[in-house]
Ligand binder design. Structure first.
Ligand SMILES: N[C@@H](CCC(=O)N[C@@H](CS)C(=O)NCC(=O)O)C(=O)O
Length: 254
């Protein structure tokens, strides 16, 4: 475990508090896209965070294509497709729609998939943006600048919800290393989802989780612990953020 790991989790927790509970719970969309949505973004970007929070809220999965500053792996694709380096950049292969602007992407996700009107908290978008900028402060630039890394043959897979203080450092590192991943959204929908994994293991009877990715994770591992990484390139599967961070460094850092 890195010497900085406790500090990393503490500042991540501060960011979660500054977003006052956004990106934690889910009320799943009425429709799941047939093909994965694509999001070009970087973790340190406050505008991208708002879109990622809506992915958690609607329980939507997406292929995350990290575009840290100084990187070229996916940034260049955005410039080719959209004409400029501005993030987030969103592509929906189901409808052939692509767009910049976090507010437009949020509107699109609610209009296309939610099956309900955009809730009041997303109507105050400028207030959300301000609080998202504040939430970036304690992270002091993490998830922003590129780090040299090996290119994985296949995207990794990460079970995560946006405001998980343990998943954020993992996403930051995957972003800096430009590691593409399928985001499996696992926002919380019930009181039982708040029980910490260690306590859940002690329960004689475990509640069957309500959402598809939580059910899949439960079936896969017997317990739900977020973040959870699946690397199809090596066959490795890991829970525990500190172990995942060590694994990513060891296998992908250059
Ligand atoms: N109004 C836009 C603002 C997007 C924006 O300013 N994004 C910054 C990152 S936070 C950006 O693209 N910077 C250019 C870069 O990183 O190269 C939105 O909400 O999507």
């Amino acid at each position: 475990m890195s010497f900085f790991y406790p500090l990393n989790i503490t500042t991540s927790l501060a960011a979660t508090f500054l977003r006052a509970g956004a990106g934690v719970s889910a009320q799943p969309a009425s429709k799941q896209p047939a093909q994965l949505l694509k999001l070009y973004e970087f973790e340190g970007c406050p505008h991208c965070r708002l879109v990622r929070e809506v992915l958690t809220e609607l329980d939507l999965d997406a292929l995350i294509l990290p575009c840290p500053k100084g990187g070229h792996r996916y940034r260049d694709e955005v410039i080719e497709q959209g004409g400029k380096a501005q993030f987030p950049y969103f592509v929906d292969p189901n409808t052939d729609v692509s767009m910049y602007e976090s507010a437009d992407i949020i509107d699109y996700l609610f209009a296309t998939y939610a099956g309900r009107p955009k809730p009041w908290h997303w109507r105050a978008i400028e207030l959300q943006r301000f609080s998202s900028v504040l939430a970036s402060v304690p992270r002091i630039g993490q998830g922003t600048m590129v780090k040299k890394s090996k290119v994985p043959q296949h995207p990794l897979e990460l079970y995560s919800f946006e405001s998980s203080p343990f998943a954020r450092p993992v996403r930051d590192l995957m972003c800096e290393m430009e590691l593409p991943y399928i985001l499996r959204s696992v926002g919380r929908t019930s009181f039982a989802d708040w029980v910490p994994p260690a306590m859940r293991q002690m329960q004689a009877e475990q509640n069957e989780p309500a959402t598809r990715n939580r059910q899949a994770l439960h079936a896969r591992t017997g317990v739900i612990s977020i973040p959870y990484l699946v690397d199809p390139n090596t066959g490795v599967e890991l829970a525990e953020s500190s172990d995942i961070l060590d694994y990513l460094q060891k296998n992908y850092a250059l």
